[in-house]
Design a protein. Structure first.
Length: 229
Protein backbone atom coordinates (compact mmCIF):
# COMPACT_ATOMS: atom_id res chain seq x y z
CA UNK A 1 0.00 0.00 0.00
CA UNK A 2 2.82 2.40 0.93
CA UNK A 3 4.60 1.50 -2.29
CA UNK A 4 1.47 2.35 -4.34
CA UNK A 5 1.11 5.70 -2.58
CA UNK A 6 4.77 6.48 -3.26
CA UNK A 7 4.40 5.62 -6.96
CA UNK A 8 1.30 7.81 -7.29
CA UNK A 9 3.13 10.67 -5.58
CA UNK A 10 6.06 10.36 -7.99
CA UNK A 11 3.72 10.39 -11.00
CA UNK A 12 1.96 13.45 -9.57
CA UNK A 13 5.23 15.34 -9.12
CA UNK A 14 6.42 14.40 -12.61
CA UNK A 15 3.11 15.51 -14.15
CA UNK A 16 3.29 18.83 -12.36
CA UNK A 17 6.92 19.28 -13.42
CA UNK A 18 6.16 18.77 -17.12
CA UNK A 19 3.05 20.92 -16.91
CA UNK A 20 5.12 23.76 -15.42
CA UNK A 21 7.67 23.36 -18.22
CA UNK A 22 4.91 24.17 -20.72
CA UNK A 23 4.56 27.69 -19.32
CA UNK A 24 6.06 30.54 -21.35
CA UNK A 25 8.93 32.18 -19.50
CA UNK A 26 6.99 35.36 -18.72
CA UNK A 27 4.22 33.34 -17.06
CA UNK A 28 6.62 31.43 -14.81
CA UNK A 29 7.11 34.59 -12.78
CA UNK A 30 3.42 35.26 -12.21
CA UNK A 31 3.16 32.94 -9.22
CA UNK A 32 5.86 35.04 -7.55
CA UNK A 33 3.88 38.27 -7.95
CA UNK A 34 2.71 39.87 -4.74
CA UNK A 35 -1.09 39.87 -4.57
CA UNK A 36 -1.24 40.58 -0.85
CA UNK A 37 -0.19 38.74 2.27
CA UNK A 38 -3.57 36.98 2.47
CA UNK A 39 -3.77 35.97 -1.22
CA UNK A 40 -1.92 33.49 -3.38
CA UNK A 41 -1.73 33.12 -7.17
CA UNK A 42 -1.18 29.62 -8.53
CA UNK A 43 -0.85 28.02 -11.96
CA UNK A 44 -3.65 25.49 -12.52
CA UNK A 45 -3.67 24.05 -16.04
CA UNK A 46 -3.11 24.44 -19.78
CA UNK A 47 -6.25 24.65 -21.94
CA UNK A 48 -6.23 23.88 -25.67
CA UNK A 49 -8.83 25.84 -27.63
CA UNK A 50 -9.96 25.70 -31.25
CA UNK A 51 -7.75 27.32 -33.86
CA UNK A 52 -4.57 25.92 -32.27
CA UNK A 53 -4.86 28.40 -29.41
CA UNK A 54 -3.48 27.67 -25.97
CA UNK A 55 -4.36 29.49 -22.76
CA UNK A 56 -3.00 29.15 -19.25
CA UNK A 57 -5.24 29.22 -16.20
CA UNK A 58 -4.17 30.69 -12.88
CA UNK A 59 -6.17 30.87 -9.67
CA UNK A 60 -6.13 33.54 -6.99
CA UNK A 61 -7.23 32.32 -3.59
CA UNK A 62 -7.46 34.45 -0.48
CA UNK A 63 -7.68 33.76 3.21
CA UNK A 64 -11.24 33.68 4.55
CA UNK A 65 -10.31 36.36 7.05
CA UNK A 66 -10.06 38.88 4.19
CA UNK A 67 -13.62 39.71 3.16
CA UNK A 68 -12.67 42.06 0.28
CA UNK A 69 -9.67 40.12 -1.07
CA UNK A 70 -9.86 38.87 -4.64
CA UNK A 71 -10.74 35.26 -5.44
CA UNK A 72 -11.09 33.93 -8.96
CA UNK A 73 -9.45 32.69 -12.14
CA UNK A 74 -7.25 34.50 -14.64
CA UNK A 75 -6.30 33.27 -18.13
CA UNK A 76 -3.32 34.22 -20.31
CA UNK A 77 -2.43 33.37 -23.90
CA UNK A 78 0.96 32.17 -25.15
CA UNK A 79 2.18 35.77 -25.43
CA UNK A 80 1.41 36.34 -21.73
CA UNK A 81 -1.50 38.63 -22.55
CA UNK A 82 -4.47 38.39 -20.17
CA UNK A 83 -7.46 37.14 -22.20
CA UNK A 84 -10.06 36.53 -19.47
CA UNK A 85 -10.74 36.72 -15.76
CA UNK A 86 -13.66 35.79 -13.53
CA UNK A 87 -13.57 36.72 -9.89
CA UNK A 88 -14.95 38.61 -6.98
CA UNK A 89 -13.41 41.04 -4.51
CA UNK A 90 -15.05 44.33 -3.61
CA UNK A 91 -17.35 43.61 -6.56
CA UNK A 92 -17.89 41.11 -9.37
CA UNK A 93 -15.08 41.20 -11.94
CA UNK A 94 -15.66 39.72 -15.41
CA UNK A 95 -13.57 40.18 -18.52
CA UNK A 96 -13.34 38.31 -21.84
CA UNK A 97 -11.04 39.59 -24.61
CA UNK A 98 -12.16 39.93 -28.21
CA UNK A 99 -12.01 36.63 -30.08
CA UNK A 100 -12.90 34.55 -27.03
CA UNK A 101 -16.12 33.57 -25.29
CA UNK A 102 -16.89 32.81 -21.66
CA UNK A 103 -17.55 29.22 -22.73
CA UNK A 104 -13.90 28.87 -23.82
CA UNK A 105 -12.98 29.07 -20.15
CA UNK A 106 -15.68 26.79 -18.81
CA UNK A 107 -18.05 29.58 -17.82
CA UNK A 108 -21.76 29.34 -18.64
CA UNK A 109 -22.86 31.27 -21.69
CA UNK A 110 -24.23 34.67 -20.83
CA UNK A 111 -27.91 35.08 -21.70
CA UNK A 112 -28.60 37.33 -24.67
CA UNK A 113 -30.12 40.55 -23.42
CA UNK A 114 -32.14 42.56 -25.88
CA UNK A 115 -30.59 45.98 -25.74
CA UNK A 116 -33.25 48.63 -25.93
CA UNK A 117 -32.45 51.73 -27.94
CA UNK A 118 -32.88 54.63 -25.54
CA UNK A 119 -31.54 57.33 -27.81
CA UNK A 120 -33.93 59.93 -29.24
CA UNK A 121 -36.74 58.61 -27.06
CA UNK A 122 -38.78 60.65 -24.62
CA UNK A 123 -39.14 59.14 -21.16
CA UNK A 124 -41.52 60.22 -18.41
CA UNK A 125 -40.31 59.85 -14.83
CA UNK A 126 -42.90 57.65 -13.09
CA UNK A 127 -40.90 57.28 -9.88
CA UNK A 128 -37.96 59.26 -8.57
CA UNK A 129 -35.45 57.67 -6.19
CA UNK A 130 -32.55 59.96 -7.06
CA UNK A 131 -30.36 61.19 -4.24
CA UNK A 132 -27.39 61.77 -6.51
CA UNK A 133 -29.39 63.79 -9.09
CA UNK A 134 -31.22 66.84 -7.82
CA UNK A 135 -33.98 68.78 -9.53
CA UNK A 136 -35.79 65.91 -11.25
CA UNK A 137 -39.42 65.30 -10.27
CA UNK A 138 -42.28 62.91 -10.90
CA UNK A 139 -43.81 63.38 -14.39
CA UNK A 140 -40.77 65.27 -15.69
CA UNK A 141 -39.51 64.12 -19.07
CA UNK A 142 -35.98 63.30 -20.24
CA UNK A 143 -34.71 62.78 -23.77
CA UNK A 144 -31.33 61.10 -24.41
CA UNK A 145 -29.33 62.03 -27.50
CA UNK A 146 -25.52 61.69 -27.95
CA UNK A 147 -25.56 64.71 -30.22
CA UNK A 148 -27.80 67.00 -28.17
CA UNK A 149 -27.24 65.59 -24.70
CA UNK A 150 -29.72 64.68 -21.98
CA UNK A 151 -32.62 67.12 -22.13
CA UNK A 152 -34.77 67.68 -19.06
CA UNK A 153 -38.35 68.87 -19.61
CA UNK A 154 -41.11 69.82 -17.19
CA UNK A 155 -44.67 70.15 -18.49
CA UNK A 156 -43.28 70.23 -22.00
CA UNK A 157 -40.84 73.07 -21.29
CA UNK A 158 -37.07 72.54 -21.58
CA UNK A 159 -35.47 73.47 -18.26
CA UNK A 160 -31.95 72.03 -18.65
CA UNK A 161 -29.61 70.23 -21.06
CA UNK A 162 -26.69 68.08 -19.91
CA UNK A 163 -23.83 67.12 -22.20
CA UNK A 164 -23.33 63.33 -22.35
CA UNK A 165 -20.54 61.13 -23.70
CA UNK A 166 -21.33 57.56 -24.84
CA UNK A 167 -18.86 55.15 -23.27
CA UNK A 168 -17.73 51.63 -24.06
CA UNK A 169 -18.29 48.84 -21.55
CA UNK A 170 -15.75 48.19 -18.83
CA UNK A 171 -14.57 44.76 -17.76
CA UNK A 172 -17.26 44.50 -15.09
CA UNK A 173 -20.11 45.30 -17.46
CA UNK A 174 -20.37 42.45 -19.97
CA UNK A 175 -23.72 42.32 -21.79
CA UNK A 176 -24.59 45.72 -20.30
CA UNK A 177 -26.49 48.44 -22.15
CA UNK A 178 -24.64 51.49 -23.39
CA UNK A 179 -23.21 53.65 -20.64
CA UNK A 180 -23.04 57.45 -20.74
CA UNK A 181 -20.95 60.00 -18.89
CA UNK A 182 -22.32 63.30 -17.54
CA UNK A 183 -19.29 65.65 -17.38
CA UNK A 184 -21.13 68.41 -15.50
CA UNK A 185 -22.14 65.98 -12.72
CA UNK A 186 -19.09 63.68 -13.03
CA UNK A 187 -21.39 60.64 -13.01
CA UNK A 188 -22.12 57.75 -15.36
CA UNK A 189 -25.65 56.61 -16.17
CA UNK A 190 -27.40 53.78 -18.00
CA UNK A 191 -30.98 52.64 -18.59
CA UNK A 192 -31.88 48.98 -17.96
CA UNK A 193 -35.46 47.78 -18.34
CA UNK A 194 -36.83 51.32 -18.00
CA UNK A 195 -34.81 52.05 -14.86
CA UNK A 196 -32.33 54.93 -14.97
CA UNK A 197 -29.17 54.10 -12.97
CA UNK A 198 -26.37 56.45 -11.92
CA UNK A 199 -23.06 55.83 -10.16
CA UNK A 200 -22.54 56.67 -6.52
CA UNK A 201 -18.91 57.40 -7.31
CA UNK A 202 -17.94 60.59 -9.13
CA UNK A 203 -15.29 60.36 -11.86
CA UNK A 204 -13.15 63.28 -12.98
CA UNK A 205 -12.85 62.26 -16.62
CA UNK A 206 -14.44 59.84 -19.07
CA UNK A 207 -11.41 57.64 -19.73
CA UNK A 208 -11.00 53.93 -20.42
CA UNK A 209 -9.28 53.34 -17.06
CA UNK A 210 -12.46 54.11 -15.14
CA UNK A 211 -13.75 50.79 -13.80
CA UNK A 212 -17.31 50.78 -12.46
CA UNK A 213 -18.10 48.08 -9.89
CA UNK A 214 -21.49 46.38 -10.07
CA UNK A 215 -22.42 47.66 -6.60
CA UNK A 216 -21.66 51.27 -7.60
CA UNK A 217 -24.88 51.58 -9.63
CA UNK A 218 -27.95 52.95 -7.84
CA UNK A 219 -31.51 53.44 -9.08
CA UNK A 220 -32.44 57.01 -9.89
CA UNK A 221 -35.63 57.03 -11.98
CA UNK A 222 -38.29 54.61 -13.11
CA UNK A 223 -39.32 55.57 -16.62
CA UNK A 224 -42.24 55.28 -19.00
CA UNK A 225 -41.27 55.27 -22.65
CA UNK A 226 -42.84 57.40 -25.37
CA UNK A 227 -41.49 57.59 -28.91
CA UNK A 228 -40.85 61.05 -30.28
CA UNK A 229 -42.78 61.94 -33.44
Amino acid sequence: MKKLILINLIFFLIANFYQAQELPDCLKEIEKENVGSLSKIKFERVIALSGNRTVYEFSIKSDRRCMDCYNGRIFYDGHCKQVARFGIGRGVDKFVADGYTAGDFGMPKQPNRKLENIENTLFYISKNEAKELKGFEYDDQIEISPEEGLKHFRKGKLINTYKIIPRKFSSTEMNAPRIYYLPSLQLYFKVVERVFYVTKTTFQDDVSTNKIADNDWVKAFHLIKQKLK
